[in-house]
Design a protein. Structure first.
Length: 210
């Protein structure tokens, strides 16, 4: 099985991605935009959820119509920046469970180090959407996906706002069974592991830290 990489070309997504890139976009607006983009992207990520037919009573007559067939979902943000995408996803799928994976990058090696992992107990039965605004080196995303697999998760998708070609390549190489959804794929990484042109540090911009 090989990955599919989806770059969201919807005008609303592209417009809002441009706004979060802007250095003049403040914390409040940045948070709101990240939530909105996550919700818009979630529409596409959940496109292939299975349906089942039910019979209901409308004000006019009985009707056969489709509902989601009970597929269990979980959203798993990579801390801390991934938290900014959760509320947007939950507006679409409010019954989804939420797990958390905490990782940080070693400033010298850029390798991911886990400091927290709390996942739904029935993770093996769920369709899992891992969210992080930035897919830079791909190390954190790849490690998070590996942790989830070790806990029993198998049906996994990864969703980010902005990716680097290097990050996409890393996840595709390490996890060929995981589809990737991006708002944009940028030019490259710089020497510090930041996406160029990117938007800076998503966590700092979400939470107003430096």
């Amino acid at each position: 099985m090989s990955n599919k990489v989806f770059i969201m070309d919807h005008p609303l997504i592209q417009h809002k991605v441009s706004l979060i890139r802007d250095i003049n976009t403040g914390v409040k607006e940045f948070r709101e935009l990240v939530e909105e983009i996550a919700m818009l992207m979630g529409y596409e990520v959940t496109r292939n959820l299975p349906l089942q037919q039910v019979e209901i009573e409308t004000p006019v007559s009985r009707a056969k119509t489709n509902v989601i067939s009970g597929k269990k979902l979980a959203i798993i943000p990579i801390l801390r920046a991934g938290l900014g995408m959760v509320d947007g996803m939950l507006k679409l799928i409010p019954a989804a469970k939420v797990g958390h994976i905490g990782l940080y990058r070693d400033p010298e090696s850029l390798d991911p180090i886990e400091y927290y992992c709390k996942l739904p107990t029935d993770i093996e039965d769920r369709e899992l959407i891992v969210v992080d605004p930035m897919l830079a080196t791909g190390g954190s995303a790849s490690a998070a996906i590996q942790f989830i697999k070790e806990k029993g998760g198998s049906n996994i998708k990864f969703m980010c706002l902005i990716a680097s070609p290097e990050g996409v390549q890393r996840v595709c190489k390490d996890h060929p069974d995981v589809d990737i959804y991006c708002g944009a794929v940028d030019e490259k990484l710089n020497d510090h592991g930041y996406i160029v042109p990117g938007l800076g540090d998503a966590g700092d911009r979400l939470f107003g830290t430096k």
